[in-house]
Design a protein around this ligand. Structure first.
Ligand SMILES: Cc1cc2nc3c(=O)[nH]c(=O)nc-3n(C[C@H](O)[C@H](O)[C@H](O)COP(=O)(O)O)c2cc1C
Length: 167
């Protein structure tokens, strides 16, 4: 075996989970970001977490609004979902510009991605500052899905998306 940088290790440990995280800004507009660093944390109570760079727009939305959704999206969003990880909601209305349909959430104010296999609606419970990222811990207040859809995973770090079969 050879020594690895963290980037090399992350590229080698594929596929990684992938989701679109939605949050609402001060005006109530929903922003969408790509996220691989999300994880289940607890079953009783149901908690999940997502680790977000302190440079992005979404983290501030979550700090202020206390709500977000993790949307595990269908393969039809393969190209637009990747683009959600390559531009910021500070300067781009991603849903409008990338043609991603949003739907009203059941329990939170940010909208959710309509073409989702699974949606977790989340209310923030804890935050942990971790180096250049913040780990947001949340209670899942609603979960629903459509098992006929095909989930996307991340490959090559943040490089590309594909279904498990495409790996
Ligand atoms: C496949 C993929 C996975 C990503 N995963 C994460 C992640 O887990 N955490 C993170 O902070 N950024 C992640 N990013 C980068 C953000 O999505 C990117 O910085 C985005 O521009 C942030 O958007 P925002 O400024 O609108 O919040 C990922 C990007 C891609 C393409």
């Amino acid at each position: 075996m050879t020594d690895l940088t963290i980037g090399q290790a992350q590229r080698m440990t594929a596929p990684a989970p992938f989701a679109l995280l939605t949050s609402a800004d001060k005006e109530g507009k929903t922003n969408i970001m790509a996220v691989s660093w999300w994880t289940y944390l607890s079953n009783h109570p149901v908690k999940i977490g997502a680790c977000l760079s302190n440079k992005g727009y979404s983290g501030g939305n979550i700090r202020e609004g206390g709500e977000f959704a993790i949307c595990v999206v269908d393969e039809q969003l393969k190209d637009s979902a990747l683009q959600c990880g390559r531009c910021s909601g500070r300067s781009t209305d991603k849903a409008a510009e990338l043609g991603i349909e949003l739907a009203e959430a059941k329990m939170i104010s940010p909208k959710v991605v309509a073409a989702s296999k699974v949606v977790f609606e989340c209310k923030l419970s804890d935050m942990l500052e971790v180096g250049d990222h913040t780990f947001f811990v949340a209670d899942v207040v609603s979960a629903y899905g459509d098992d006929s859809k095909k989930q996307l995973f991340a490959y090559d770090g943040y490089g590309r998306l594909g279904t498990a079969a495409e790996g």
